[in-house]
Design a protein around this ligand. Sequence first.
Ligand code: G6Q
Length: 537
Amino acid sequence: MSTELTKSTSWKALEKHYEEIKNVHLRTMFEKDEKRGLRLKIDEIGIYFDYSKHRITDETLDLLFGLAKNRDIEKRRAAMFSGEKINTTENRAVLHTALRAPKGSTILLDGHNVVPDVHAVLDKMTDFSNKIRSGEWKGFTGNPIKNIVNIGIGGSDLGPVMAYEALKHFSAKELLFRFVSNVDGSDFAEAVIDLDAEETLFIISSKTFITIETMTNAQTARSWALAKLGDASAVARHFVAVSTNEKEVTKFGIDPQNMFGFWDWVGGRYSMSAAIGLSTMIAIGSENYHRMLNGLNEMDEHFRTAPMENNIPVIIGLLGLWYTSFFDAQTQAVFPYDRYLHRFPAYLQQLTMESNGKHITLDGQTVNYQTGAIYWGEPGTNGQHSFYQLIHQGTKLIPCDFIGFKKSLNNLPPHQDYLIANMIAQGEALAFGKTVDEVKAEGVAESIVPHKVFEGNRPSSTFFLDKVSPENLGKLVAMYEHAVFVQGAIWDINPYDQMGVELGKVLAQNIIPELQDTTKAIHHDSSTNALIELYRK
Ligand code: G6Q
């Protein structure tokens, strides 16, 4: 059992402080400090981050910053940015920040500058996406490509889908994009149901190129395309790969010329700014794609250089830790008030939960504190008409992130006013609630009063940006990536491996032959055996 963190002076100080402020209401905090809403905010690099509606005081913040300093956040951050192998269980560097480093910069990994490698791939992606977008790239029968199907799962799917949806406004309207991830054959079947193979390009996105879901879908896509195109040499015009595994890509029949590489120092869930973003670049064009990379880089630089007290990812990370490890909050909700970000919560779910869903410290001991929260969410205002009830009046404490934009990409008054009014109203209602006296003043019958009382004191952050844009999407993605880093560093866990996900990949492999060969003896537990027998019948 690792007790180092909880025995530290800064942790103990936070425990004591928690006891003192756990019952203090946000109403009181705002009454005591008229300027609280103006003070507890950061307005940097185009993000207005209001964190005044959190159950914190200046002392809480000081103690949290103290904890971060004592846990060597700055040193650990420098280690990540400089390519040290901070993914200790896999002995790898964690350099997704190098994927958006400007041309000409230097990031050394084992003495080798990786930035020129990154830009060589970006240039190759640019060349290819230009050819697809202009129609210069022809399919096997001489037709230009109209449909792009990305086949990948997890980190090789969620980033591309999220970014495509988020930046749809910037996407070439004459191209159609589909995303196939699930090994469920219906996913593939529905994705290609109305497509013409002569005009379809498959991007097989897989870091390892051995993931069963992706390889099964890729083989099915190959058969589907060849059934129409008739000749194995058509693969070269209709299949490209994004991977780190050239051997397997070649084995599949894809010309390495049509492979876009990346490196083992990019984790799957951190790879949307690597070549895994190829579908995004084809959709929005290389100029817009570079705008997204600039946004990511801007947030990287903010995180790397801003003092802790003015550092957005540091504060997000610390607030999350405050609720998870001290208030025992189990979940964190994320509500983008913009339809374009409707897949953002799903993307964040993988980023945060696959990263910090760990209970073993870097030196192999079990933690004695809570780590990574369950992330979830939906776009506003939809959620307001369903599960917000529980956030307002349920028994659970659910910190919320509201993400809103001042301008809509589709100017249809009064929609944006209504949308943003709702977002602001939710944060206000959660924080301040409605007292018994306020309810009574509305003339509510005595017996109904308790049902209409909102205790409030439910925390939230509000992020306000100008509008959905490639830069702003980049900033938001990097913002959460670095918040995850901050928490992982304090909890002393490794956010960059994923042993739990890998277990799933192995377990199914054992059962597949048992489903296919009904004579095979099975030796699982009685429940598993019964399920296998049922399927066999
Ligand atoms: C991401 C995870 C996982 C991974 C998928 C796909 O961090 O490791 O979601 O991205 O399992 O793996 P491949 O890209 O290797 O197919």
